[in-house]
Design a protein around this ligand. Sequence first.
Ligand code: CUA
Length: 357
Amino acid sequence: MSCRWGFPGQRALALAVLAGALALAGCAGEYPQSVFRPVTDFAVTLDNLFTHVFWWTIVILVVVEVILVFVILRYRQRPGQLQPKQIHGNALLEIVWTIIPALIVVFIAVPTIRTIFDTYEPAGEDALIVEAVAHQWWWQFHYPEYGITTANQLYLPVGRQVEIRLRSNDVLHNFWVPRLGGKRYNYPQRVRPGEEPRYNFLVFTIDEAGEYPGQCAEFCGVAHALMRMMVVAQPEPEFQAWVQQMRAPVEPAEGSLEAQGREIFLRSTCIACHTIEGTTARGVLGPNLTRFGTRWSIGAGAADNTLENIAQWIRDPQSIKPGALMPGTTQGAAGMPPTGLSDQEVAAVAAYLHSLR
Ligand code: CUA
C-alpha cells in the first residue's frame, strides 16, 4: 500500500497540525453558555479557580513529560546491553512519589475549599430576592419585593446583588446559567399552607447587561432537555420599567381578535393553570403568562415565540415538547381533559397571548 506521506514522522506532524486546528476552531464563535466568559463576581471566582488549577496542571504536565522524554532517550535499550540494575522496593522512591501527589492534591484542595465557602456567603440586606421554583419542565420566578411572578425568562438588574432562592415543586432540578455561575440544586419540597419553604441559594452581582441563556442541569424526566431559561440583565432603570410593565394589564382593542382571544381564554380551562396579571386568570399550576409576548420562546425554550408556534402549542403541546403537562385541543395530559377549542378559538387565543407584550 502506498502512502502520500514519505515518513511516519511527517504523517504524525500532519495529524498533530490537524488536531491543533480542530482544537483552535473550538475557540471561535459566540458560545452564549460558556463558563469562560463570566459576568458575575460568583462566576469570576469559579473562573479564577479553574485558571489557577489549569496552570498548575500545565506545569506538572511539562515537568513530567520532560523527565519522561529524557529517560526514554537517555536510558533506551542499546545492542548488547545487559539487563539494568533493578530497583523494585526502593523505599525512598516510594515515599517521594507518594508525597509529591499528596502535595499536589493539597495545592488544589485549599483554593477549592476556600472557593466553595466564598460561593456560599449569604446575601447582603438589600439584595434582590428571586424565588426560582423548578417545575417539570419550566421555571417559575417570583419577586417577593415587587409581588410579581414570571416564568422561564428571568429579569435581573445589573450592579445590584441578587439572591436566587432555589427549590423544586416536584423532582430534583438544577439551576444553571453558565455565565452567571452555578450550577446549584433545586431540592424538591412540598410546601403546605402556613409553612415557610426552605431554599437552596445562589448569590451574585451581575456586572454586564445582556441576555444569558441557561438550563436545567439535572435529569428530571422526559422534557429535561427542553427546560431552558433566559436571563435578561438590565441597568436598574430598565429593570424597574419592566417591574412596572409586569403590574400594568394589557388591554386588547374592543372587538379585536385579541379581545375575543382573551374572552375565550378566561372562559375555558386555561385559567385553571395560568395567571395573567390584570385578568381573572389566577391559576398557579402552569407558568404565569403575564407579558407572555415578550418571552424569547414558548415551552421554556422548546420553540420560537411566533404566532404560528403559539397556535400549534395550544392545539398540541406535545408535538412541540414531548411530555409537556398541558392538554391540547383533542388530547388530554397530566390527568386534564382536552380543551376542545376549535381552530378559530385557538387562533384567537394565540393572537391574544402574542399581544401580551
Ligand atoms: Cu429540570 Cu432537568
